[in-house]
Design a binder for this molecule. Structure first.
Ligand SMILES: Cc1cc2nc3c(=O)[nH]c(=O)nc-3n(C[C@H](O)[C@H](O)[C@H](O)COP(=O)(O)O)c2cc1C
Length: 322
């Protein structure tokens, strides 16, 4: 099949969940899927080094409803990444290679965004993986490593020639990390230069920003990362706007508190009470906000060590804001 064609049925909703380590776990993917039946989900980044040693079933877990879903791999050793990709085919509809992660620990090992400085190696990874899998392959990139090295157009062309079916691009450089603003207009240059579908990523946090991003980038869709925090309905709301012009409002304060209760209970079910409680703490700032005293409640919630007391506190918040 021609490059890119094999992927169209996986991205038909024009919105995807971007990979986020420690965030887009099995539970969050399931919560997003409850609202959107068709968006492309993506796992957290899975280190090929780690997966080679331990087949971690927490990170690979999937539900039958998760399709379409992409499993993201990081690494820099073509054969190792290819073996992992081959193994992940039993879960995945698509394999994504992380070529955009900016964190020091990752780029020091020449993984993530460091691959944009080494297009030859990136190309070898794509070719080697492509030979070993029968599902589509995508890459997730940034604009380049620094402002002086914005090689995303040439890099994207090269990834396409190597066999990549789909590109997600975060419109920042590695040096920017998460600072400044994503430059959506730049994505239009990549879109002009490749035939495969391109999704734009960075700072899409609402229906309005999705619309503006699509207009400026000319991309085929948008990938949503941080916008999903505290609002697993965002992807479905953007899809409904793109596909039938319907503007559904974001969750109310009350719905957000019900949302964190559900998220917490699901994490406990998935990870057990002790780990589930600790894991969920990072999500409170995104769900418990926007009313007087919210920060005091958040401070208290992270100190509570058992499920029932947390649920009691969340119920008392509900009484206060109703
Ligand atoms: C906590 C966190 C973890 C992330 N983990 C990954 C990852 O595992 N793989 C990856 O390609 N990008 C990762 N990213 C980057 C996001 O996928 C996305 O490109 C970035 O957050 C910009 O999009 P947004 O503004 O919609 O969040 C991560 C971002 C955050 C905030």
């Amino acid at each position: 099949m021609e490059n890119g064609k094999s992927v169209n049925h996986l991205i038909s909703s024009h919105v995807s969940l971007a990979p986020m380590a420690g965030i887009t776990d099995y539970v969050l993917r399931s919560l997003v899927r409850e609202h959107s039946k068709t968006c492309l989900l993506t796992t957290e980044m899975i280190s090929s080094e780690a997966l080679t040693q331990v087949k971690d079933t927490v990170i690979t877990a999937r539900d039958k409803n998760h399709s379409p879903i992409s499993y993201q791999l990081s690494g820099h050793k073509p054969e190792m990444i290819a073996s992992c990709a081959e193994y992940l085919q039993k879960y995945a509809d698509m394999i994504d290679i992380n070529m955009g992660c900016p964190v020091n620990k990752v780029v020091k090992g020449t993984d993530g965004a460091a691959l944009m400085r080494n297009p030859k190696l990136a190309e070898e990874i794509v070719k080697t993986v492509k030979e070993r899998i029968s599902i589509p392959l995508s890459v997730k990139i940034r604009l380049g490593y620094t402002a002086d090295e914005m090689n995303y157009v040439k890099f994207g062309e090269r990834m396409q020639s190597a066999g990549t079916d789909f590109i997600t691009i975060h419109a920042r450089t590695r040096s920017q990390m998460y600072g400044g603003k994503a430059d959506w207009k730049k994505i239009a240059d990549l879109k002009k230069s490749v035939d495969i579908p391109v999704f734009a990523n960075g700072d899409v946090i609402s229906i309005e920003t999705a619309e503006q991003c699509l207009e400026e980038s000319h991309a085929d869709g948008v990938a949503i990362g941080r916008g999903i925090l505290g609002d697993p309905t965002l992807i479905s709301r953007i899809e409904q706007y793109i596909n039938n012009g319907k503007k559904i409002p974001p969750p109310t304060l009350e719905e957000k508190i019900e949302g964190i209760k559900k998220h917490l209970l699901r994490e406990i079910e998935f990870r057990g009470e002790e780990v589930g409680l600790k894991f969920t703490r990072k999500f409170y700032p995104y769900y418990v906000n926007g009313f007087p005293g919210a920060s005091k409640y958040r401070g208290q919630l992270v100190l509570i060590e058992n499920k029932n007391d947390i649920l009691k506190m969340l119920d008392s918040i509900l009484l206060k804001i109703r």
